[in-house]
Write a protein that binds this ligand. Structure first.
Ligand code: PHE
Length: 344
């Protein structure tokens, strides 16, 4: 009987001393486990005389209950203190500095593209898209530039194979759209996109750049329509009061072809360093769609006519924002791009 009390007292003392759940579990095993001290007492019962067995048995049971409930109580206490310890340890330090991740900025070329798109959508144009890896057929053949035509030298081309290339101008998209229309008019669209030429990169040349082509085909479309449209664009892009002028030029897919200048927005046409004293800045190429191009694409050139123009977006952005090196658009320098952060 004394032994029972001894075991009980030792167990209760150990439970009291336990400082964490792990050691409490060890105590549970030590006293209540199959090979534990209390089970050992039960085993001893077998050796006792019959009349002592019930008293001994009930004492061991009381001991077992005492130890079990002490264990449960201590477990609860330890769980509560473990939880509050964790809460203190995991406290979120809200005084931490914010991270230095910067928001991206809208790329200046995308801003120009969007501006042009909005302008022409406002005039009832649609926006067409096409592949950057293009067939020679659309980039050259349908644009009235057959193989061995000297005009192929005007645009040094990245060829992938003899019939596949990186498009050299957005005119390729124009040809796809003309073909798709199957001779039906009116057509009124712009096609913005990247184009590629084998140029050595410097301050004014880039082997990759962006163009936006405009194309209108219908009855009685004249050079005057082209001029009015481009004047409207010049005013929208470079400010009210701009005038434009046409100079004769040559493109195989337009006839007549023109080079278009806008009156210098920096000096109002008086002459300054940007326009090199001339008062005019060249901004794009344009012309009336060549009748042969219309015929090749299934249009009746007697009944309809059209105009087309192609503007370089870098050139517009450089003029508009005073950027002096075209490479800035492609090197992803945060210091440059940050200038265009509308949310700064
Ligand atoms: N495709 C010409 C170029 O890339 C631009 C252009 C487009 C000229 C449409 C006339 C008409 O230089």
């Amino acid at each position: 009987m004394d032994k029972i009390l001894e075991v009980q007292e030792a167990a209760l003392e150990a439970i009291k001393q336990a400082t964490d759940l792990e050691s409490l579990n060890q105590i549970r095993i030590q006293y209540l486990g199959k090979k534990g001290s209390i089970q050992a007492l039960m085993n001893e019962m077998k050796e006792l005389p019959k009349e002592e067995k019930p008293i001994f048995g009930s004492k061991v049971n009381v001991c077992k209950q005492e130890v079990t409930s002490a264990l449960e109580k201590r477990q609860e206490e330890l769980e509560v203190s473990a939880l509050s310890e964790n809460l203190i340890k995991d406290k979120i330090d809200i005084t931490l500095r914010e991270s230095n991740l910067r928001l991206g900025t809208t790329h200046p070329l995308m801003m120009i593209q969007k501006e042009i798109e909005d302008l022409f959508i406002g005039m009832g144009y649609t926006i067409a898209e096409g592949p950057e890896v293009e067939e020679d057929y659309y980039n050259f053949e349908l644009a009235n530039i057959p193989k061995d035509h000297p005009a192929r030298d005007m645009q040094d081309t990245f060829y992938i194979d003899p019939n596949t290339l990186l498009r050299t101008h957005t005119t390729a998209m124009q040809m796809r759209e003309l073909e798709k229309a199957k001779g039906t008019t009116p057509i009124k669209l712009i096609c913005p996109g990247k184009v590629y030429r084998r140029d050595d990169d410097d301050a004014t040349h880039s082997h990759q750049f962006m163009q936006c082509e405009g194309l209108v085909v219908g009855e009685n479309i004249t050079l005057a329509d082209l001029k009015g449209t481009l004047e409207h664009m010049a005013n929208a892009m470079f400010g009210e009061g701009r005038t434009i002028r046409f100079r004769p030029s040559y493109f195989p897919f337009t006839e007549p072809s023109v080079e278009v200048d806008v009156s210098c927005p920096f000096c109002n046409g008086k002459g300054c360093s940007v326009c090199k004293g001339s008062g005019w800045i060249e901004i794009l190429g344009a012309g009336m769609v060549h009748p042969h191009v219309l015929e090749m694409n299934g249009f009746d050139a007697e009944k309809c006519s059209g105009f087309a123009f192609g503007v370089g977006l870098e050139r517009v952005a450089m003029l508009k924002y005073g950027i002096d090196d075209i490479r800035n658009f492609y090197i992803n320098d945060q210091r440059f791009l940050k200038n265009f952060d509308r949310y700064d």
